[in-house]
Design a protein around this ligand. Structure first.
Ligand code: ATP
Ligand code: MG
Length: 364
């Protein structure tokens, strides 16, 4: 039995029921994909999953889940007998009992349960009580007249259930940043379609691994669309070359990607495009360039990492497991990259670039 906690504070009424239903459905789908069939039930602010303990790690990755505990359900009277056996696997320097009564019709208060069960454990095992910093916490939650007993709380990713906030197309490069951007969107409940522009290196296999890792945070496996980068870029590069505007290639490369992403987003009913840009992280990610890129495409572009430092991004990438995949990322030298790259271009200059593209039949 797995006890699942979710963030319920901010959500009320009908929205809350939708949240619970979607979360339960997402948990079930995620488990089924890993070959675990378990009954999933929503009761009184918790989701109970009738599945083996191993399911806990899988469930902890589902957005909307705050924490997860493998637990045993029993009548309250049976708790001492159960603990007498179950606690033999531990030998802590100190412990405490932490009770939460979700069912207020239960006759004892949380404090009374803490004291009663705490006293029993002291008598049986002689362990020291430490309410501040215990080595072992014996958790008890009273739900619908039953006691759920557990010894572990696995932290979940939090956020909102995927599928409650519509769909986005994420530009996924195989670098460190864009997988984190994709994860943050999943975490806030958006469905993600990954779009990669293949540059003919083995980045593609890294991206496939990343998509696999990210899929653990999604009820359905994430769809990966791969486009040929050079084909998408070629007409743009030749238009720039003809007009002697090659220093705009890197900005225009992003424009080409965003425009293709917008087409796909429209086809798929997605409501936004997401990139892994972080302000000033590399020479090309200036506010001016981000301005030019955004104004060139008739679709909303979201940049969830814009205000984050590299260390913060790396910390998330490590936690979610995409950092390891990145280490195999080949750093290809783009054959289109010009000698000089614009970083602080002027709006009037960029308008000329757009006009040149337009003449070549390339519009957003
Ligand atoms: P990342 O670490 O995500 O690769 P980066 O720091 O290398 O980002 P850029 O190469 O400037 O930054 O790319 C900025 C953003 O453009 C990326 O975060 C990603 O969203 C998108 N992008 C870049 N290259 C590709 C690609 N080949 N396919 C899809 N998206 C890409
Ligand atoms: Mg990159």
């Amino acid at each position: 039995m797995i006890l699942v906690r979710y963030g319920e504070i901010a959500i009320k009424g009908r929205k809350r029921r939708e949240f619970e239903r979607k979360l339960a459905e997402n948990i079930q789908k995620a488990l089924r994909r890993k070959g675990i069939i378990g009954k999933v039930k929503v009761i009184r602010g918790r989701i109970l999953v009738d599945a083996p303990d191993e399911a806990a790690e899988i469930i902890a990755k589902i957005p909307g889940v705050v924490s997860v505990s493998p637990a045993r359900a029993m009548d309250y009277d049976e708790v001492p007998v159960y603990l007498k056996k179950a606690l033999r696997q531990f030998n802590p320097r100190s412990f405490k009992v932490e009770t939460q009564r979700l069912d207020k019709t239960f006759l004892k208060t949380s404090m009374e349960v803490n004291r009663e069960i705490g006293a029993f454990i002291v008598k049986e095992f002689g362990w020291k009580v430490d309410l501040e910093n215990p080595e072992l916490t014996v958790g008890i939650e009273i739900i619908n007249g039953k006691a759920y007993v557990f010894f572990e709380k696995i932290r979940g990713v939090g956020g909102l259930p995927v599928g409650t906030q519509g769909k986005v197309v994420v530009l996924l490069s195989g670098g460190i940043d864009s997988p984190v951007a994709a994860f943050l969107m999943l975490k806030r409940g958006a469905e993600v379609i990954a779009l990669h522009f293949d540059q003919g290196t083995n980045a593609r296999s890294v991206v496939e691994r990343v998509v696999d890792i990210l899929s653990d945070y999604s009820p359905e496996p994430i769809e990966l669309i791969v486009e040929n980068h050079f084909e998408v870029l070629k007409p743009y590069v030749s238009a720039l070359a003809k007009a002697k505007l090659r220093e705009w290639t890197c900005v225009v490369c992003k424009v080409a990607m965003l425009r293709r992403a917008a087409e796909i987003a429209r086809e798929r009913g997605a409501l936004g495009i997401v990139t892994g840009d972080s302000l000033g992280q590399v020479a090309s990610q200036t506010l001016a360039n981000l301005y030019f890129e955004t104004m060139s495409v008739d679709f909303p572009v979201h940049r969830p990492l814009l205000g984050m430092d590299k260390e913060e991004i790396v910390a998330i990438a490590r936690r979610i497991g995409t950092y390891e995949a990145f280490l195999e990322y080949p750093h290809c030298d783009c054959p289109f990259r010009p000698e000089r790259v614009v970083t602080g271009g002027k709006l009037e200059e960029f308008r000329r670039v757009l006009a040149v593209l337009e003449e070549a039949g390339l519009r957003g």
